[in-house]
Each structure stands twice: as C-alpha cells, then as structure tokens.
Design a protein around this ligand. Structure first.
Ligand SMILES: *[C@@H]1O[C@H](CO)[C@@H](O)[C@H](O)[C@H]1NC(C)=O
Ligand SMILES: *[C@@H]1O[C@H](CO)[C@@H](O)[C@H](O)[C@H]1NC(C)=O
Length: 304
C-alpha cells in the first residue's frame, strides 16, 4: 500500500509548492496590473468618475527598470479618495511576496489627501495599492459638484535621474470646483472648471461674478467647491467674512472699534481671519470631516 502511494509524493509536493507560491494578496481584475516598459500613463479606478465595485483590492505595478537611472513620479491630479490608497517604492519587485527595498511613500488619509500633489520614487518600481471595502465614508465629497465623483484618475511618468517633478495641480488647487487634468504629453497640468466656474483655479463662480461680489474693500472673491459661500481674500488692513472691517491703525491685528481686548494678540501678522464652523459629533460638514475642518481652522486661524 505504502509503496503504491510513493509515486504520488513528488506530485503532491509540487502542488504544495505551487499553492505556497501564490501570494495571499491576489490582485487582478477588474483593476490594477503591471505596466512594463512604458514611460507615462493614467491609473484610474474602474468606472471613474462613477462608483467602483466594492469590495475592491488592486495593485498597479509601475516597472521602469528598462531605464538606466529610473525615477517615477505619480501625479495625484484627480484624487477623490481619503483612505485605502498606498504608494510604495521598491528597489526590486517581482511579485507581492517577492521584492526588496520596500519603502512606503504615501498612505492617503484625510490628513494628507488634499495636500498631496506628486509622489516621486527614486527607484525602478512603484506599486500603487487600493483597498476599498465600501464606497461610503471614504470619499472627498464637496457640494455641489463632486457628489458623483468616486475613486481616482491619476497620471504617472518615468524618467531618468532625479529631475524635479513637473508643477502639477490637485483637486484642492482647482478649488474643488474643477478637475485637474494632465496635457496629452503628461508634462503640464491645468484646471478644467465645472460649469459656472472659471479662472485658473476655478475660484471664480456664480457668487463671485462682476455683478455679484460680496467682498468689500478691494478684496478678492474666491469660490471653493466645498463651500456654497465664496471666500473673500482681504487686502492688508481689512478683516471680516467680507473684508468689511477696517483694522485699527497701529494694531493691525485688532478690528476697530475693538470688540474684545487685543492685548494678548501676537503682532506681526497683518490680517485677521474669522471662521465659523459647526461641528456635531463625527458628522461631516459639506463633505469635510470634523478633523479636516479643525485642521483648516488651525491653518487659517490665529491664536489670540
Ligand atoms: C483622466 O486623466 C487624464 C489625464 O489627466 C485625462 O486626460 C482624462 O480626461 C481623465 N479622465 C476622466 C474621465 O476624467
Ligand atoms: C460616528 O461614529 C460611529 C462610531 O464610530 C459610527 O457608527 C457612525 O456611523 C459615525 N457617524 C458618522 C456620521 O460618521
């Protein structure tokens, strides 16, 4: 009996080896893939800008090993995801369970999604991985235009050496009111504004037209897609939501007449920002989470 089983043993071993060789992370259709020998291209979620099927797990392997001194730049032109996307460079990458010199360059999160424009790998392999369990709660949503945009549509290019990446744009640079698109040569980028918006950053819109400008005292009126009201960028010496308040001469930080004691204000900054946010629990306001709003307040607001 035992002797009869022996011939099967090598076959069994081979089968075991084959199964062990299959990566536990099985990527594949309907997105991802290995891009070999190319120098530029577009990576996008299936069905972009529409919803992608979930759960979804895929990896794009950008292989620039055909170049002598490869570097790969990934331009996050149209990134509407707030999580689930990681970008990792490798000195060598053959497959998910066989690679060397791994270094994560970016894990997209609520904290960095709006600030990231370009990620550069100074190595021959860049792997872009997407893991999405669901569509909800993972999405940059800004009223009114982006409610129906899902996933991402980003571009990449491989070059020799470590040249400076091109000056690219992002969703935020287009005021969330337009799409940042690469030119056909992937070397220049520009905002293509949604209907009703215009300007280099798509910041001019219905609330900022010649006939309808709420901003006073020569301020610049700008739209941001996430906010139905335009913003007013005040000239020095003015403050307030519409730049309606003239700051007191001598103490540029304090509106005149001073409504609150300003003695504790740090001097040096010439403008004062007024920000009103409503935060309730962990809900989102105009598509921005509490965390993002708080960060904006920290970035824009002064401590006084
Ligand atoms: C995807 O990005 C490329 C490059 O920026 C652009 O040409 C194309 O129009 C985009 N596709 C969609 C559906 O927005
Ligand atoms: C708030 O957080 C709780 C617990 O983490 C979660 O169940 C709920 O869906 C969240 N609500 C929103 C609006 O995100």
């Amino acid at each position: 009996m035992a002797a009869a089983r022996w011939p099967l043993l090598p076959l069994l071993l081979l089968l075991l080896l084959l199964t062990a060789g299959v990566s536990p992370e099985t990527f594949g259709a309907p997105c991802g893939g290995t891009l070999v020998g190319q120098d530029s291209g577009v990576l996008q979620t299936p069905g972009f800008p529409g919803p992608y099927p979930v759960p979804l797990r895929c990896a794009w392997v950008l292989d620039a090993s055909h170049r002598q001194e490869p570097s790969i730049a990934l331009y996050l032109t149209q990134l509407y995801l707030l999580s689930g996307l990681t970008i990792t460079q490798y000195a060598y990458y053959e497959r998910e369970d066989f690679h060397m010199g791994e270094q994560e360059l970016l894990a997209v999160s609520e904290q960095n999604a709006l600030d990231s424009r370009v990620v550069v790998a100074h190595s021959p392999y860049l792997v872009v991985r997407l893991t999405a369990q669901r569509l909800e709660g993972n999405q940059l949503r800004a009223l009114p235009h982006l409610l129906t945009v899902f996933g991402f549509n980003i571009t990449w290019e491989a070059r020799d050496g470590s040249p400076k990446p091109w000056h690219a744009c992002s969703v935020a640079d287009c005021s969330l009111a337009g799409a940042c698109l690469a030119a056909s040569d992937f070397k220049s980028f520009g905002c293509h504004c949604f209907e009703g918006h215009h300007g280099e950053d798509c910041g001019r819109g219905p609330g900022c037209s010649e006939s309808n400008n709420p901003c006073r005292n020569g301020a610049t009126c700008r739209h941001t897609g996430w906010h139905p009201e335009p913003r007013c960028l005040c000239r020095p010496g003015y403050a307030g939501p519409h730049c309606e308040t003239r700051l007191q001469a001598g103490n540029a930080d304090c509106p005149a007449p001073a409504s609150a004691p300003c003695t504790d204000c740090a001097t040096g900054e010439k403008s004062r920002f007024t920000i009103t946010v409503r935060l309730t629990g962990n809900s989102t306001v105009s598509g921005l989470s509490r965390h993002q709003l708080e960060r904006q307040v920290r970035e824009n607001g002064r401590r006084c």
